[in-house]
Design a protein around this ligand. Structure first.
Ligand code: APR
Length: 189
């Protein structure tokens, strides 16, 4: 095993290059991580998009469990077992519906990431994957959302072995690579 000095050197090296933050283009339900984050709604009783995919892959026990949680406010998060998912836990968070950006949406979206990280740290979770919360049905502009998401990931990366930004399109991969400075911004024509 690596000596403490070697581990420290590795962490410092990774920290400089933010290697702990990975961008994947895949279906989040396939990831064998400690926790995947669900972009849920306030009922926590399932829906479409990634919420629907997670409930389908976790099986009906997840919905039964969520029935007993009493919902979740926008900007908050709740943790459940992953049931039939490869992930051990699901952290359900409720993103803001985009209303033009003047209704506190940015603070609410940031709170989704911060509350998800807080629950993950409380449960000693070391690997976590996030979808692009609120950027689907809830209409949050992808670039602004990715900027908020990656900022919180950078703030928390030293507490995790891996943080995955799980994109569902090549376009989102590019948005996240640009947000993390891994790709030059497209020339603004
Ligand atoms: N894996 C990873 N990402 C996914 C998956 C998947 N299987 N399915 C969809 N996504 C992506 C979408 O492409 C989008 O980028 O997740 C992001 C969030 O989109 P939505 O799932 O529509 O979530 P959101 O915009 O937060 O809206 C939440 O939609 O499904 C309902 O019950 C949910 O009412 C809630 C609302």
């Amino acid at each position: 095993p690596a000596s403490p000095a070697e581990r420290l050197k590795k962490n410092r090296q990774q920290a400089r290059t933010h290697k702990m933050i990975q961008i994947h283009e895949t279906d989040i339900t396939t990831l064998s991580v400690d926790a995947i984050v669900n972009a849920a709604n306030e009922t926590l009783l399932g829906g479409g998009g990634v919420d629907g995919a997670i409930h389908r892959a976790a099986g009906p026990k997840l919905l039964d469990h969520c029935r007993g949680l009493g919902g979740c406010r926008t900007g908050s998060a709740r943790i459940t077992p992953g049931f039939a998912l490869p992930a051990r836990f699901v952290i359900h968070t409720v993103g803001p519906v985009w209303k033009g950006g003047q209704s506190g949406e940015a603070e609410q979206l940031r709170s989704c990431y911060l509350e998800s990280f807080r629950l993950a740290e409380e449960s000693r979770i070391k690997s976590i994957a996030f979808p692009a919360i609120s950027t689907g049905v809830y209409g949050y502009p992808s670039i602004e959302a990715a900027s908020i998401a990656t900022q919180t990931m950078l703030e928390h990366e030293s507490d995790f072995d891996v943080i995955i930004a799980c994109c569902f399109s090549a376009a989102d991969v590019t948005v996240y690579e640009t947000a993390l400075g891994r790709k030059p911004p497209a020339p603004s024509n």
